[in-house]
Design a protein around this ligand. Sequence first.
Ligand code: PMV
Length: 314
Amino acid sequence: MRHVGAAQAFAPSNIALCKYWGKRNALLNLPVTSSLSLSLGALGSTCRLEAMDGNDTVTLDGTPLPSDHPFVTRLTRYLDLVRPYADAGYKVETKNTIPTAAGFASSASGFAAVVQALTALYGWELTPEKRSILARLGSGSAARSLWQGLVEWHAGVRDDGMDSFAEPLEAQWPDLRIGLLILEAGEKPIGSREAMQRTVNSSPLYRAWPETVATHLEEIKSAIETRDIQRLGSAAEQNALAMHATMIAASPPVLYWKPESMQTMQAVWDARREGVPVFLTMDAGPNIKLLFQAQDETAIRARFPNMQTATALD
Ligand code: PMV
């Protein structure tokens, strides 16, 4: 038995302030637009990879997953890209510090951690761009999960995707915070892959999406330069709601919102009306993420006591 050893790596989850929604190439996960995210510190995935002969085995948070589990099928197909010989297999152990499949981007941190572990396992000397491209092939948003802080994923224009990778922004904003409100931690009814495709194919509102993103992206980047939470928060919130509007207009509709999601939106808008600078964003799930600055955390926590915030990694 050939045994190459084992390696372990961590990658943070990320939440997009300007969303990626829609692919120009589904096989290569090439996006229609660029996107921009903030990583979640210690919230993310740790992946331990052990090379061995035979079939892959996958455990998630300590539980072995059956070989026909969607995550196993997806991961096995992904690992096919890098197997050094035909019967090379991997023992994969993934641990998440973020609720899986509840719209908390666990596939982003999951695939980014796999790429970092593979890089360590084989001692690959890959540029960060190449690692981001490799992560992108697993899950689009994983391209952004190789770094902490603010990260931009350039859509690129090439058919082979070699110019579609992420990189950290030069301007960072250490006091910018994301608060997670877990309204429902169960599996989502429809995955982002299928939901995205359906939106692109059937939503009459999707036509306006690329231009909308271009405007929001510029606004968000300029707000980051001047650390203007009002401008950043307004653009990020509008971007998320515009993304959901495109999905709701798809056929059949993709609606992730639950009554609690809408109650929470109202609570965020009430807080703002009362002078608390807090904004919201949402991904492919019913949960709400709050966007604010560290100085306002106490006031926001008083209104949203169940809020979970990411702590920095030591
Ligand atoms: O990378 P995927 O296929 O999980 O898609 C992510 C989609 C959103 O989370 C809704 C938006 C984003 O940019 O992360």
